[in-house]
Design a protein around this ligand. Structure first.
Ligand code: 5GP
Length: 191
């Protein structure tokens, strides 16, 4: 997505450890018009898939998924939670996810009442690095006996291998911007 690549080039900053900071439009301040066009792009990629729910993970995925859902007939958005709380009761699907940016492992959880075999799920998230977040969400969809229509990612960092793992798991992946390298503090997109 050309517009997204331009925003990354003009507003993104490269941090140590292969991290791209895009908090001016994606991870802190949210450009909802851009989110809307991202939703439209995923809707074109997944047209005709009869998606019934969008699944994401807190926190940054929620805003992206909520805007994108409007391009899928305003279907429900569900998000996996990273911490247990008193509000999260009843039976849960759980999966272990190692966070790339925080370097800790979460037990991500989703209430069983919101996902089941009748669902066809689109998974959305902001970044794809080593693929742990997506593989955890794919695992939850499989535990539920639901269909996974695929994954939509805003920024894939191809050099970290997560995309290859997701595709090897037999899951379709549509990334709106694909980065090949962040070396020398320079963003290089994949061709
Ligand atoms: P993965 O599980 O694929 O290794 O990492 C994906 C998750 O880590 C995303 O949900 C995102 O929150 C975070 N993440 C990974 N790389 C980056 C990055 O370069 N910048 C930011 N802002 N978040 C990232």
């Amino acid at each position: 997505m050309q517009e997204l690549e331009e925003r990354i080039q003009s507003e993104g900053t490269v941090k140590a450890g292969n991290v791209l900071k895009v908090d001016a439009f994606l991870n802190h301040q949210c450009d909802v018009r851009l989110f809307d066009r991202m939703g439209s792009a995923w809707a074109a990629h997944f047209a005709g898939k009869h998606i019934t729910k969008i699944l994401t993970i807190e926190a940054s995925g929620i805003g992206i998924a909520a805007i994108a859902a409007q391009h899928f007939g305003s279907i429900p958005v569900i998000f996996a939670k990273k911490t247990r709380s008193r509000n999260l009761d009843g039976a849960l699907y759980t999966a272990k996810v190692h966070s790339f940016t925080k370097d800790i492992t979460y037990d991500v959880q989703l209430s069983k009442k919101f996902l089941g075999p009748q669902d066809t799920v689109l998974i959305l998230d902001d970044f794809l690095a080593r693929g742990q977040a997506l593989l955890g969400l794919i695992d939850i969809v499989r535990q539920a006996g639901a269909q996974c229509a695929g994954c939509g990612i805003v920024i894939e960092k191809q050099q970290q291998g997560g995309g290859a793992l997701v595709r090897a798991a037999g899951v379709r992946l549509e990334s709106l911007a694909v980065i090949a390298s962040l070396e020398n503090d320079t963003v290089t997109f994949a061709q």
